[in-house]
Design a protein around this ligand. Structure first.
Ligand code: HEM
Length: 416
């Protein structure tokens, strides 16, 4: 049996919070190994990196999700008892509920809603002296998400709802006030959608068949029972919250277009697939999910290393997307690299890996790619704007992160 390389620190939790996206990739380099172990939040954690490490992490014979997520993530970002925490038949059955909503037609509908909403906001942006893109884009995406999901809202609901969904996302790497804000936001949002689901079930609120609100309200578990109001609201938020999260990638798109004006030209006049390569490179290059966690189901061996039942195991998501063995010059922004990408489910995992129906890979990955293609083209072709002097630095020790200024634009004019 080979010993797994061990980090010397007594506990690395504080280093993780301090080092952010650098934390696992730096340790992989230090140990010259795709497998190493440390203590995190008082317990032993094995870390996996590289394509082979990802393939192992997604082997469900060896790993389960039950008990893997820390409470601080469940009470803010994800909610309790949602699809992320399930395994086996219960997971597959719940996951099918999400995947059924992701038909090509439905993805197209979402992109159309984003484009229409964007154009309406653009008219307002033209009137303003300057626009901070991040909160505006989050609002565009949230409004389009509610329409797409069949969630009725009043005009006054949109800003507070967007702020709450954004706070849940912002809480994932935060402690203290950021965590508290995310928790309160989740509480409010769950109550808001929970009431709506109760009203649909009581026949007091119309829900359009085929849309998320209807599908989730009437979904039956394997035992034939409806989801509890609480779990149904967690799952409805599992759709509209991550759609708002796409806003961070949209801001990174604006930054990439600012720093690489060549990409603007290519989005206007380049090959038809360019928007897709650009969206993929945004998801690979810019930081979002740092890592994922699972637990060992039962003792097993892999390449001479012993994994013991119950061990927390982390996957180096950010490191795999920047792995120099897979990506030539990984720290350069080059959309064209996706012309040659081999499509492996384990070497490019910004939204998880493996397969959609059986594994935990992100249910909204196709929707994210389609939305990012749409917003890239909107940024490049539907408007002109100036980017004034501002702090565009990205703090890689903060999770999640963004350009510091939120991306300010001025003199916005619609062109199409
Ligand atoms: C799961 C990232 C957008 C719905 C995940 C996972 C990641 C992720 C890393 C976990 C994979 C795993 O556990 O193995 C992201 C990012 C997004 C995004 C970075 C965009 C910024 C979306 C969208 C939706 C969505 C737009 C829905 C419309 C889900 C759901 C799961 C999930 C339901 C749980 C899947 C499961 O446990 O089987 N996402 N996601 N996500 N995502 Fe996303």
């Amino acid at each position: 049996m080979t010993a797994i390389p061990k980090d010397k620190a007594l506990d690395s939790t504080l280093s993780f919070l301090r080092e952010g996206y650098h934390f696992l990739p730096q340790r992989r380099k230090r140990h010259h190994s795709d497998i190493f172990q440390m203590r995190l939040m008082g317990e032993k954690a094995v870390c996996l990196s590289g394509e082979e490490g990802a393939a192992l992490f997604y082997n469900q014979e060896h790993f389960q999700r039950e008990g893997a997520l820390p409470r601080r993530i469940l009470t803010t970002l994800m909610g309790q008892d949602g699809v992320q925490t399930l395994d086996d038949a219960a997971h597959q059955h719940r996951k099918a509920l999400f995947m059924k909503l992701m038909t090509p037609d439905s993805l197209h509908q979402y992109s159309t809603l984003v484009a229409e909403t964007w154009r309406a906001y653009l008219r307002r942006w033209e009137q303003l002296e300057q626009v901070v893109l991040f909160p505006e884009v989050e609002e565009v995406l949230c409004r389009a998400a509610c329409a797409w999901a069949g969630v009725p809202f009043e005009e006054k609901d949109i800003k507070p709802l967007t702020r709450d969904l954004s706070a849940m996302i912002d809480a994932f790497g935060g402690v203290g006030p950021r965590h508290a804000k995310g928790k309160l936001a989740r509480h409010r949002a769950e109550r808001w959608v929970g009431k709506m689901i109760d009203q649909v079930r009581a026949g007091k609120q119309y829900a359009v068949e085929g849309k998320a609100l209807h599908a989730i309200s009437w979904h039956r578990e394997l035992d034939g029972k409806l989801l509890s109001t609480h779990v149904a609201s967690v799952e409805l938020l599992n759709l509209i919250r991550p759609i708002v999260a796409i806003g961070r990638f949209v801001v990174f798109e604006a930054l990439a277009l600012h720093e690489h004006p060549r990409c603007v030209e290519l989005l206007r006049t380049g090959p038809a697939q360019y928007a897709e390569w650009f969206a993929q490179e945004i998801r690979r290059f810019y930081p979002f999910t740092p890592l994922l966690g699972a637990r060992v189901r039962a003792d097993f061996e892999w390449h001479g290393y012993r994994f013991r039942k119950g061990t927390l195991t982390l996957l180096d998501v950010h490191g795999i997307n920047h792995d120099e063995r897979q990506w030539e010059h990984p720290h350069l922004f080059r959309p064209e690299r996706f012309r040659e990408w081999n499509g492996s489910p384990f070497n490019f995992i910004p939204q998880g890996g493996g397969d959609y129906a059986h594994n935990h890979r992100c249910a909204g990955e196709w929707l994210t790619i389609e939305a990012l293609k749409t917003t890239a083209v909107l940024l490049a072709t539907s408007m002109t704007y100036e980017v004034p002097e501002q702090d565009l630095s990205i703090d890689l020790t903060r999770m999640p992160t963004l350009p510091a200024s939120g991306f300010i634009i001025r003199n916005v004019r619609a062109t199409a």
